[in-house]
Write a protein that binds this ligand. Structure first.
Ligand code: AMP
Ligand code: ZN
Ligand code: ZN
Length: 427
């Protein structure tokens, strides 16, 4: 049976099964898609907050083995701000956050109101995501099936499109269950089997925030996540798929230690009730409030500050590629790495609730070494045992479009920057 599956697992089975009407996929039934030969499947795995150098700790043997037999980048640079939602959407659109519109984990839009990670209604509203075109939408239009075992944006109908198979985000789904779901999707008959899949793990990020990047808890999360990776690799090997699937494992950003007391108190600097506060934390954002002199507040904050730097959105340094989007607040304050921006009132409320201060953060300047992410790629398209130079995360999207054989949507990435990862036959 296994042998039969292996024999039929490739394009042949795809052609045979897509020709049968009763197994036609629900919403890509065009003649073009039915005739299309399925490419080698591509699995994109995000380990949230897996800093590039965590791999050197010796706690991720499965990922290290994939790196040894594949391509391991020195590091991958996130886009600014180095936050979860902006960067996950960059990875699947190839657009900088300023261009795809998910400019922060928390944001405001004049027409749409407020967005935050915990606001399920906003996260599921396609209008927030529609400035970018995710890879699953483009793949679907070009006849491929897609599946996301969690990915920011997948829960929204973007121009009416979800991935063919997707799950509403639920942090309680264990890493093993997520892996088993991906394996289950790969077991589908060829006509339904996705060509592009995602898989998302979050405990490394959580431990990094709660205990800091150098904590035993992060090390524990690294071990746990690697156990899930081992389960995946074993499942693929058992299906004789390990050498027939391209797997990209990466992170959205790194993590920096925040020592206790490293807080810039904004309420000690400006009258906070004179502005509309959009975000606090690593990247604080403020908009004018009617009746108050915003220019004076800007002038004050744009003076040199201790442990942070503030700019009007039109004066953000060009290398951060940030500030043109209407969703970016008018005034931005970026904490120095290892610091956060808050208020005394907020600190008091957290201590009243016995909540420990966060010991790790990201969202900082995307050039800082501590914000750099891991990147490992393995599979038939990738070279063996190659140490690749550092590159930008906007380049992942054109790489994936190339691997899937689809025409990418306009993007900020550059396939030429990453094609050296591929074996010549796959370029
Ligand atoms: P942050 O560290 O603030 O940038 O946010 C990261 C957190 O976002 C993760 O640790 C997850 O718990 C959460 N998260 C990840 N994906 C989703 C999603 N699709 N919907 C809601 N929350 C998510
Ligand atoms: Zn993240
Ligand atoms: Zn985080």
């Amino acid at each position: 049976m296994k042998f039969l599956f292996r024999l039929l697992a490739g394009p042949v089975l795809g052609l045979v099964l897509t020709a049968c009407a009763h197994v036609s996929p629900p919403h890509s039934p065009t003649a073009a898609s039915a005739a299309r030969t399925a490419p080698t499947p591509l699995l994109l795995i995000s380990i949230d907050g897996y800093r590039y150098d965590y791999l050197d700790r010796g706690l991720s043997p499965t990922l290290a083995a994939l790196a040894r037999d594949g391509v391991h980048a020195q590091s991958m640079q996130p886009s600014f701000p180095s936050l979860t939602f902006p960067n996950h959407y960059t990875l699947v659109t190839g657009l900088r956050p300023d261009h795809h519109g998910i400019v922060h984990n928390s944001m405001r839009d004049p027409a749409l109101g407020s967005f935050s990670l915990s606001n399920r209604e906003a996260v599921g509203d396609g209008r927030w995501w529609a400035q970018g075109t995710p890879l699953w939408e483009t793949a679907d239009q070009q006849g491929l099936r897609t599946a996301t075992m969690f990915w920011p944006g997948s829960e929204a109908a973007i121009r009416g499109h979800h991935p063919d198979l997707w799950k509403p985000y639920d942090g309680n789904v264990t890493a093993a269950q997520r892996v088993d779901q991906v394996l289950g999707w790969l077991d589908l008959p060829a006509a339904q089997r996705p060509a592009f899949l995602t898989l998302y793990f979050d405990t490394v990020d959580h431990a990094g925030h709660d205990f800091g990047p150098d904590s035993p808890q992060v090390n524990e999360a690294l071990r746990d996540t690697d156990a899930a990776m081992a389960r995946l690799v074993a499942g693929l090997r058992q299906r004789h798929l390990l050498e027939h699937i391209n797997i990209i494992t990466l992170a959205d950003h790194g993590m920096a230690e925040v020592p206790p007391g490293h807080t810039v108190l904004m309420d000690a600097l400006i009258p906070l009730d004179h502005v509309q506060k959009v975000t606090m934390g690593v990247l604080a954002g403020f908009n004018p409030k009617p009746g108050y002199d915003f220019a004076a507040i800007e002038a004050q904050l744009e003076q040199p500050q201790q442990h942070m730097q503030c700019w009007d959105k039109t004066r953000v340094p060009a290398r951060l590629a940030y500030g043109h989007n209407p969703r970016v607040p008018q005034l931005l304050c970026l904490a120095d790495v290892g610091w956060t921006i808050s208020t005394q009132a907020y600190l008091d409320s957290r201590s009243r609730d016995h909540m420990a201060p966060k010991r790790g953060e990201h969202g900082y300047d995307n050039a800082d070494p501590r914000m750099q992410a891991v990147f490992v790629a393995h599979g038939p398209a990738f070279r063996d045992g190659v140490r690749f130079h550092a590159f930008s995360n906007v380049d992942v999207y054109p790489l994936m479009a190339h691997l899937l054989g689809i025409t990418p949507a306009p993007n900020d990435g550059d396939y030429a920057a990453v094609k050296g990862m591929l074996v010549p036959a796959a370029r």
